[in-house]
Design a protein around this ligand. Structure first.
Ligand SMILES: [Zn+2]
Ligand SMILES: [Zn+2]
Length: 393
C-alpha cells in the first residue's frame, strides 16, 4: 500500500478527529481538551509524548527502528481556534460560543495525527526520529511557536528539518505550493494616537481637534508605500479609527490601529520609521501630540530551496493538480522554526469546487473539502519517510 493509499484509508478517522476538535474550539493557551485528544491518540499509537509544552502544546517522538543515520524531522500542526462566532450549520459546529476553528487548525491537527499513524506503522522502514509538534496559540499575540523553541523543542534530539502545512481555500484539493524563500509576510501592527484638547464643537478655536490629524494620517498612507522598495510586496492598512462620542463634543484623543505586511526585515523596519515620522510631522503641523507604537510579532517564514526541490519530488504523486508559486500576505509563527532549522511551509488546497469550501480563512463560514485530509497526512508522512530513509541524499 502506498502512503497516499494508507492516508485515504485513514480519511474517516481524520474526519472524525477534525469534527471532534471543531465542535470544541479552544483559544490560544487554553487548548486543554484539544491537547487531551492529541495525547489520547498518540498513546493509542504507542508514540511517547510530552504535554504542557509552551503551556498547552503536545510533542510526540517516534523513533525509527532501522539501522542507519539518526536524523530528526519535526512535523508541526497548530491547534488553536479564533474568537469568531461560527455561522456554519453543521452537526459538528462549534459548541463553544464565540470560538471557532476558522483557520483550519483542527484540520492540521487531524492531518498530523493521520501522518503519525502512517509513520508508526512503518517505523521499521526508517532510522532517526519524527517529532510531532502540536503547537498552541498560533493566533495569539504571544505565539506558541516562539515559546516552544525557547523550551527546547528543536533540541533533544536536535531537529534537522521542519515541515508545516496550512490549508488554503483558494487552491483546489490536490494542488499545493512549495515556494522557495520567504512565503509568509511579517505581520506587523501599529497604533497611532493623536492627543489634542477636548472642547465644545461650536468653539473649535478653544480646543485642539485630534480627529483631523488622524484623517490626514490615513490619507497619506499611500505616500509611505512609495518609500518602500517598489519591487517588494508591501501592504500598509489602517483597520480601526476611533474618536469622539457625540456630535458637538471635540474629543481629547483619536486612535487608529493598522497593520503592515512585508516580506523583508529591512522593509519592516523602514515602514516603522516612515510611519513614525509621518505621525510626528502631522502632529506638529496640527499642534497636537502623538503616541506611535509599532509591534512586531515575527518575521517571514522562509523555505529552504534545497528542501523545496526534495519535497516537490516526494509529493508529486500526492498533489495531482500540481504545484504553484504562492506567497501569503498573512503571517505564521512557524517562522520561529524556519529561523532556526531548514524548513518547508506549504499551503495546500482545501477547496472542493463547492461554494461552502470557498470562504476565506478566518471567515465565520470557513469550511474544507475533506479530500484535503489525505493529501496533508500523506505529504507529511511521505516527506518524513523519504528524509529518514535516505531517499533525499
Ligand atoms: Zn489564522
Ligand atoms: Zn492558521
Amino acid at each position: 500500500m502506498t502512503v497516499l493509499e494508507q492516508a485515504k484509508a485513514l480519511g474517516p478517522y481524520m474526519a472524525s478527529i477534525r469534527e471532534t476538535i471543531h465542535a470544541y474550539p479552544e483559544l490560544g493557551n487554553e487548548e486543554h481538551q484539544t491537547a487531551g485528544v492529541i495525547a489520547r491518540e498518540l498513546k493509542r499509537l504507542g508514540i511517547g509524548y510530552q504535554t504542557g509544552v509552551a503551556n498547552t502544546g503536545v510533542v510526540g517522538l517516534l523513533k525509527g527502528e532501522k539501522e542507519g543515520e539518526e536524523k530528526t524531522i519535526l512535523l508541526r500542526a497548530d491547534i488553536d481556534a479564533l474568537p469568531i462566532q461560527e455561522q456554519n450549520d453543521l452537526p459538528f459546529a462549534s459548541q463553544n460560543a464565540g470560538k471557532m476553528h476558522a483557520c483550519g487548525h483542527d484540520v492540521h491537527t487531524a492531518m498530523l495525527l493521520g501522518a503519525a499513524e502512517i509513520l508508526a506503522s512503518r517505523k521499521d522502514l526508517f532510522s532517526g526520529n519524527v517529532k510531532f509538534c502540536f503547537q498552541p496559540a498560533e493566533e495569539a499575540p504571544e505565539g506558541g511557536a516562539e515559546l516552544m523553541v525557547k523550551e527546547g523543542v528543536l533540541e533533544n534530539p536536535k531537529v534537522d528539518f521542519a515541515m508545516g502545512l496550512h490549508v488554503n481555500p483558494t487552491f483546489p484539493i490536490g494542488q499545493c505550493a512549495v515556494t522557495e524563500g520567504p512565503v509568509t509576510a511579517c505581520p506587523d501592527f501599529f497604533t497611532i494616537e493623536f492627543l489634542g484638547k477636548g472642547g465644545h464643537g461650536s468653539l473649535p478655536h478653544l480646543a485642539k481637534d485630534p480627529i483631523a490629524p488622524l484623517a490626514q494620517f490615513v490619507t497619506q498612507l499611500p505616500q509611505v508605500r512609495t518609500k518602500i522598495n517598489a519591487q517588494h510586496p508591501c501592504v500598509i492598512q489602517l483597520c480601526s479609527f476611533h474618536g469622539g462620542t457625540a456630535p458637538a463634543v471635540i474629543p481629547d484623543c483619536c486612535k487608529g490601529e493598522g497593520t503592515v505586511r512585508v516580506f523583508q526585515k529591512e522593509d519592516s523596519f523602514q515602514a516603522e520609521a516612515e510611519l513614525k515620522q509621518l505621525a510626528e510631522a502631522i502632529a506638529q503641523a496640527y499642534g497636537v501630540t502623538c503616541r506611535f507604537h509599532y509591534r512586531r510579532r515575527c518575521f517571514s517564514v522562509v523555505n529552504d530551496p534545497a528542501f523545496a526541490a526534495r519535497v516537490r519530488q516526494s509529493t508529486a504523486d500526492i498533489f495531482e493538480q500540481g504545484f504553484r508559486e504562492h506567497r501569503d500576505m498573512g503571517g505564521d509563527d512557524f517562522c520561529f522554526f524556519s529561523d532556526k532549522v531548514p524548513s518547508i511551509y506549504m499551503p495546500i488546497g482545501s477547496y472542493d469546487g463547492t461554494e461552502k469550501t470557498a470562504y476565506p480563512l478566518h471567515h465565520p463560514q470557513f469550511n474544507i473539502g475533506y479530500g484535503v485530509l489525505e493529501k496533508g497526512a500523506a505529504a507529511l508522512a511521505q516527506c518524513a519517510l523519504d528524509f529518514l530513509s535516505g531517499v533525499w541524499q
